[in-house]
Design a protein around this ligand. Structure first.
Ligand SMILES: Cc1ncc(COP(=O)(O)O)c(C=O)c1O
Length: 389
C-alpha cells in the first residue's frame, strides 16, 4: 500500500545532509564541549559553528543563541526567564504579560503557571482566521506590562500573526517581545532586528533536524533568570552537557533551511494550493485559518458531521498519516482551544483535520490524498447520525 506522510507540522524526517554532519559526533568526536582537551575543544568548535548557522538564519549574532532541548524548553526559558528576572526586581503583584488564546501549550501552560505564581496574564482573542488585532494589543498594554509573547505561525491552522506590527508596538512601549517561531522557521524569512523581536524559540525537529534539540534567541542585553541550575553551560542559562550531535544537526538544518527557503516555499505553496483546491470540492467542507496569511505547508479543514479522529484512522488504514491538529494535544479529548478561539463550536472543531506538507512531499502524494479523502468522508457521513439528520 502507498504510504503518505502529510503531518510535517508534527515532525520532519532528518535530512540526509544533516544526518551525515551529525554522525561523527556520536562515536568519533564525542567530547564534552566543556572539557579542555582535544576532544572537548573539537565538540566546542562544532557547537560554535552551529551557533553561527542558527544565528545566520535569524540575522542574529551567534552570541545571542542559547541551545536548549527543543521548542518547549525554549518557550519556558524565554518566558519564565524574563518573568523571574522581573519578579526579582519588582515582585509579581500586578505585573503583566500579554499572550494570545491560540498559542501552543508550551506557551499557554507556561503562562498559566506564571498566573498561579501571581503574575497578571492577558490572553488576547483572535478573529475567525486566528489573527490577533494589534489595536487590542495596544489597548491591553499597561505600565505594568513587561512581556508580550505571541506566536509567529500557528501550529494547527497555520495562520501567520502580524509580527511586524507587534514588534513596532512592543518597541514603542519598551516591552520585551517573545515569539514562538517553531512552525515558521525555514518557511518565512525572519530578521529579528527588522522585526524588533527580543526572544524567539525554535525547534530542530520541525526543520529536518533531529528531535530533542532547539534554541532560544535572546537579544543582547535582555536579562533572563535560569530555570535549570547546574554546571552553568550556555552562559549559565541552560545547564547540562551540550548535546553536540543534536546541536550540529540543528545548525546544519538551519543552514539548509536558509539556503533552500525560497525553493521549499514555492514547492510547498504549489502542493498546498493543489490540496486546498481539490479538497474544497467536497461538500460541506471549510478551510480553517487565513486564506493568504498562512504557513506555506498548512491546509486545515473542517468537515461537517464527521469526527476528525475517525477520519484520521480511516486515512491511516489507507496509508495516509495526517493529524487532527497538534500532535501534542491529540491524546486529549477536548476540542482544540485554537479552533474554539476562532469561533468553531465543539462539534465543528472535532470534525477537523490538519494536512501539513514538507520538503519531501510530492505531487503524487497530494494526488493520492485528494483521491482517497472524498471517498473516506462519504463513507463516514453515511454512518453519521448528524449527516443523516
Ligand atoms: C508552535 C510550537 N511550539 C512549540 C512546540 C514544541 O516543540 P518541541 O517538540 O521541540 O518541544 C511545537 C511542537 O509541536 C510547536 O508546534
Amino acid at each position: 500500500m502507498k504510504k503518505v506522510f502529510i503531518d510535517y507540522a508534527s515532525t520532519t524526517p532528518v535530512d540526509k545532509e544533516v544526518l551525515e554532519e551529525m554522525l561523527p559526533y556520536f562515536d568519533k568526536n564525542y567530547g564534552n564541549a566543556s572539557s579542555i582537551h582535544y576532544y572537548g575543544r573539537n565538540a566546542f568548535d562544532a557547537n560554535e559553528v552551529a551557533r553561527e548557522q542558527v544565528g545566520s538564519l535569524l540575522n542574529a549574532s551567534p552570541d545571542e543563541i542559547i541551545f536548549t532541548s527543543g521548542g518547549t524548553e525554549s518557550d519556558n526559558l524565554g518566558i519564565k526567564g524574563v518573568a523571574f528576572n522581573n519578579k526579582k526586581k519588582r515582585g509579581t503583584k500586578g505585573y503583566h504579560i500579554i499572550t494570545s488564546e491560540v498559542e501552543h501549550p508550551a506557551v499557554l501552560e507556561t503562562c498559566k503557571h506564571l498566573e498561579k505564581l501571581g503574575f497578571n496574564l492577558k490572553y488576547l482573542p483572535v478573529d475567525k482566521y486566528g489573527l490577533i488585532n494589534p489595536s487590542d494589543l495596544e489597548d491591553a498594554i499597561s505600565e505594568n506590562t513587561f512581556l508580550v509573547t505571541i506566536m509567529f505561525g500557528n501550529n494547527e491552522i497555520g495562520t501567520i500573526e502580524p509580527i511586524k506590527e507587534i514588534g513596532k508596538l512592543t518597541k514603542k512601549h519598551d516591552i520585551l517581545f517573545h515569539t514562538d517561531a517553531v512552525q515558521a522557521i525555514g518557511k518565512i524569512p525572519i530578521d529579528v532586528n527588522k522585526l524588533n523581536i527580543d526572544l524567539l524559540s525554535i525547534s530542530s525537529h520541525k526543520i529536518y533536524g533531529p528531535k530533542g534539540v532547539g534554541a532560544l534567541y535572546v537579544r543582547e542585553g535582555v536579562k533572563l533568570q535560569t530555570i535549570a541550575h547546574g554546571g552553568g553551560q550556555e552562559k549559565g542559562l541552560r545547564s547540562s552537557t551540550h548535546n553536540t550531535p543534536g546541536i550540529v544537526g540543528l545548525g546544519k538544518a538551519c543552514e539548509l533551511g536558509k539556503k533552500r527557503m525560497s525553493k521549499d516555499v514555492s514547492h510547498l505553496t504549489k502542493l498546498r494550493e493543489m490540496l486546498i483546491k481539490e479538497i474544497q470540492k467536497i461538500e460541506q467542507c471549510y478551510l480553517n485559518g487565513h486564506p493568504e496569511k498562512r504557513l506555506a505547508n498548512n491546509a486545515h479543514f473542517c468537515f461537517v458531521a464527521i469526527e476528525g479522529e475517525s477520519l484520521n484512522l480511516m486515512l491511516d488504514d489507507r496509508g495516509i498519516a495526517a493529524s487532527t491538529g497538534s500532535a501534542c494535544s491529540s491524546q486529549k479529548l477536548q476540542a482544540s482551544h485554537v479552533l474554539l478561539a476562532i469561533g468553531l463550536d465543539p462539534e465543528e472543531a472535532h470534525g477537523s483535520i490538519r494536512l501539513t506538507l514538507g520538503r519531501m512531499s510530492t505531487k503524487d502524494d497530494v494526488e493520492y490524498v485528494v483521491n482517497v479523502l472524498p471517498e473516506v468522508v462519504q463513507k463516514l457521513r453515511k454512518m453519521s447520525p448528524l449527516w443523516n439528520r
